[in-house]
Design a protein around this ligand. Structure first.
Ligand SMILES: [Zn+2]
Length: 281
């Protein structure tokens, strides 16, 4: 005799009894609490329970930083020419097309003009969801133009980094952007226009190795992964276990690599105060 007998032969898998809750709730990776998505958004995408800073897209970032959430986008029409005609598992041109479709952007960057507490500023915000926020020719050119625009108009500059580094699919063309952007920043510095670099989760590779660390102030959000090579690669190279919290904002601050770790809610007033201090009236 069977211990257990199923009444009907089939499991009822019809979707009628299901309630769709997908997208209304988010699980926090850090404290494992289930949070109502609206509560999270009202809290600037910071976990209300444990303060974990969720990743946000470029446009949300701009709206959070600039007055009334309003800004004017510029240089948004640049697109990659796929100079190497690169193909890995998929053609790079197809990846680009998919990312453009998914994000509504031409590449992993949004340049904007707007006001920060009444002061005209230029902001370049990276978009991590566009091929990992990687920097190819378009990101490099857009950031360079933003810097040049800041230099010409003497408007303080903010660059918000969120990037896996240089874009493999554009090879050496990506690496050239490091030098190009750094040179433009040197001219900005000579013109004595301030630049604040905001490093968000994650900022790695060639972006860390160039403009993200070249700010007059380099500030990071709490808990952001910031580094050049990833921890696994470093452990394998030096054959040592890395310390707890290695490559997180707080660790880097303790070791003199950053000027401050600033929670998202305080970013705007913090930067406004910094510009008050840095810009001669
Ligand atoms: Zn949490």
């Amino acid at each position: 005799m069977a211990w257990f007998k199923r009444e009907s032969g089939e499991l009822d898998t019809s979707g009628e009894k299901k309630v769709r809750t997908e997208g209304l709730w988010v699980k926090c990776e850090s404290c494992r609490q289930i949070i109502w998505k609206k509560d999270l958004e009202d809290n600037m995408n910071v976990c209300p329970k444990c303060d974990k800073h969720f990743r946000i897209d470029a446009r949300t970032r701009l709206a959070q930083l600039l007055d009334d959430g309003s800004y004017e986008v510029f240089d948004s029409d640049l697109t990659s020419t796929d100079p190497l005609k690169f193909v890995d598992l998929k053609a790079y041109s197809a990846r680009l097309g998919q990312a453009q479709h998914d994000t509504g952007l031409k590449d992993a960057i949004v340049n904007a003009k707007g006001k920060l507490n009444g002061r005209s500023v230029i902001v370049s915000a990276m978009e991590y969801s566009f091929i990992g926020g990687s920097m190819g020719a378009v990101v490099g050119e857009a950031i360079t133009r933003a810097i040049e625009h800041a230099t010409d108009t003497r408007s303080p500059l903010i660059i918000v980094s969120a990037s896996g580094g240089a874009r493999m699919m554009e090879g050496v063309v990506s690496l050239m952007q490091l030098a190009k952007i750094s040179a433009a920043l040197a001219r900005l510095d000579e013109a004595k226009v301030p630049y604040v670099s905001i490093l968000t989760d994650p900022t790695t590779g060639g972006v860390t190795a160039s403009f993200a660390m070249l700010g007059d102030l380099n500030i990071a959000e709490p808990g952001a992964l910031i580094g050049f090579a990833g921890p696994r690669v470093i452990e394998q190279t030096i054959r040592q276990k890395l310390p707890q919290g290695f490559q997180r904002s707080e660790f880097l601050l303790d070791h003199g690599m950053l000027d401050a770790v600033v929670p998202r809610k305080q970013l705007k007033p913090y930067i406004a105060r910094a510009f008050d201090f840095m810009v001669a009236a």
